[in-house]
Design a protein around this ligand. Structure first.
Ligand code: CS2
Length: 490
């Protein structure tokens, strides 16, 4: 360990094998405000922007904002917002210092400062990785007007709490000042994330009134994007190992895999960095890429998380190394592939080949409990959508419905599993009330579907509930291995 901290001043002291910004960070101006400056953003978008800055596009520095906690700012502000990206594989670890984040804000501490940042004339893009639950959707997918933060933001202008409050406040101020509107780029794992955010923001703006919705409708672009990089949470051993390698302390390095992908719809009326020069794919329609990623990667990730937790596997590599889970995941992929657009030039077989290698990466140590968080917000687009489409064409839904059952069983098992298996969900209170009733599998499944809004308006709902119930009964009685065996015909 060392007592020297990573900073602009200490960059020169880094060992030669550690890449670091060689551009003049002080000459970089903020062009992007990012909401949700967690590890994912720092391992993904911020590195693409770092490449752009290094290539001389000095107008695209990032102002990073946390919407809840002070952790990121507290860790990174004392080190000039620099941090280490550790890219890990079976072959070893590559270290790179990323310099694209210029400043860090904590929204709840000073909401007005974040609105000010959003209103900087140099800011032309607002990006978001706030996770599924921050979109505050109700069970039917619309904006949850009963959420206390939405209620607050509609009643108290100027001190927002939600993404909608911040965006609307800034859009309004920029409009009044005659400034160019920014483009809003969602980078969360939601289908049609740009369109989804646009719809929800319009609902909010209509409730706010004053012609705001019409302005948003006509003047703001919401391109959708697909983001992909696996970013496990940083651990203390990561910090210690990286400090030794740097010869400097870094309070919050980020670790990730070599794979990285970003596909973005090319609609940026106020301009954008030349991302395509650095490996980003710019397209007209991101939907096929999103569906493939959500259903093949995120769907199988959730499967591995819940089946892994129920089988006592702490990491993805361990769970995926379990022959029964591996076989199950392959079956899940086979079930999902026919639901993907067939004419979009995608290559799902190559994609799952790469995924297999990514999940097998022994150096990632991606915890199953991390992925298990917020299942009620994740399963609709990862698993339920696939199941509905399969049921509609009378095709098998065994694997998708088993994942839903495993999620319910894993939620039920919480408290009975060791701490390492802990995870949370925004619907925890409602789930606990359902489980406390110690109901039959059938009644539990119906109530969980209602609570989470799974397949709520779909004719296929009863069929899916029946299949989930059968799996839940088997898992409760005989465990996940037995449930998997029933669909593998063993
Ligand atoms: C994961 C994702 O935690 C989760 O729910 O499935 O964060 C996943 O690692 C990323 O989407 C990969 O791009």
């Amino acid at each position: 360990m060392t007592d020297r901290r990573l900073s602009d001043a200490s960059l020169a002291a880094l060992p030669a094998h550690v890449a670091h910004p060689r551009y003049d960070r002080s000459a970089t101006t903020p062009g992007i405000v990012h909401l949700g400056v967690g590890a994912f953003h720092r391992a993904h978008q911020a590195t693409y922007v770092d490449d752009c800055l290094a290539a001389g596009e000095t107008g695209w520095g990032i102002v990073g904002a946390s919407l809840r906690s002070t952790d990121t700012r507290d860790a990174l502000a004392p080190q000039d917002c620099l941090y280490t990206l550790a890219v890990r594989s079976g072959q070893g670890e590559d270290l790179r210092i990323v310099g694209s984040i210029l400043s860090l804000l904590v929204a709840p501490e000073d909401p007005a400062r974040l609105v000010d940042a959003l209103c900087l004339p140099s800011v032309r893009i607002v990006t978001l990785t706030v996770t599924e639950k921050a979109y505050l959707r109700n069970a039917a997918g619309g904006l949850d007007f009963s959420h206390p933060h939405i209620v607050w933001d509609l009643a108290n202008h100027g001190h927002p709490k939600t993404i909608y409050g911040f965006l609307v406040e800034a859009i309004l101020r920029r409009q009044t000042a005659g400034m160019t509107p920014f483009t809003v780029l969602s980078c969360d794992n939601l289908p049609a994330n740009g369109e989804t955010l646009r719809g929800l923001l319009l609902e909010f703006a209509k409730a706010r009134g004053a012609g705001l919705a019409a302005h948003i409708d006509q003047s703001i672009a919401f391109p959708s994007s697909m983001v992909d990089r696996i970013v496990p949470a940083t651990t203390d051993p990561d910090r210690a190992r990286i400090a030794v390698a740097l010869g400097l302390e870094d309070a919050w390095p980020v670790r990730t895999e070599p794979f990285c992908q970003w596909v973005i719809e090319d609609r940026f009326p106020a301009g954008r960095p030349a991302w395509e020069r650095f490996g980003v794919t710019m397209v007209d329609n991101v939907r096929p890429f999103e569906d493939m990623k959500l259903r093949l990667l995120n769907g199988s990730h959730s499967a591995i998380a819940y089946l892994g937790l129920l089988s006592g596997h702490e990491t993805v590599a361990d769970a995926f190394g379990d022959p029964a889970i591996r076989r199950f995941v392959k079956g899940l992929w086979a079930e999902a592939i026919p639901t993907l657009p067939q004419d979009a030039g995608l290559d799902p077989q190559a994609y799952i080949g790469r995924l297999t290698a990514r999940y097998d990466n022994p150096a990632l140590q991606h915890r199953t409990a991390q992925i298990a968080n917020d299942g009620s917000q994740k399963l609709p687009q990862r698993i339920v959508a696939t199941a509905i489409e399969q049921a509609r064409r009378n095709a098998p839904v065994d694997h998708q419905t088993l994942v839903i059952a495993a999620w319910i069983a894993a939620c039920e098992a919480r408290g009975r599993t060791p701490d390492a298996g802990q995870f949370s969900d925004p619907l925890d209170a409602g789930l606990a009330a359902i489980f406390a009733g110690s109901r039959s599998a059938a009644a539990t499944v119906i109530q969980v579907f209602d609570l989470a809004g799974f397949a709520s308006a779909q004719a296929e709902r009863t069929e899916l509930q029946r299949a989930v119930t059968a799996h839940l009964e088997t898992i409760r009685a005989a465990g996940t291995g037995a449930a998997i065996a029933t669909i593998s015909g063993e």
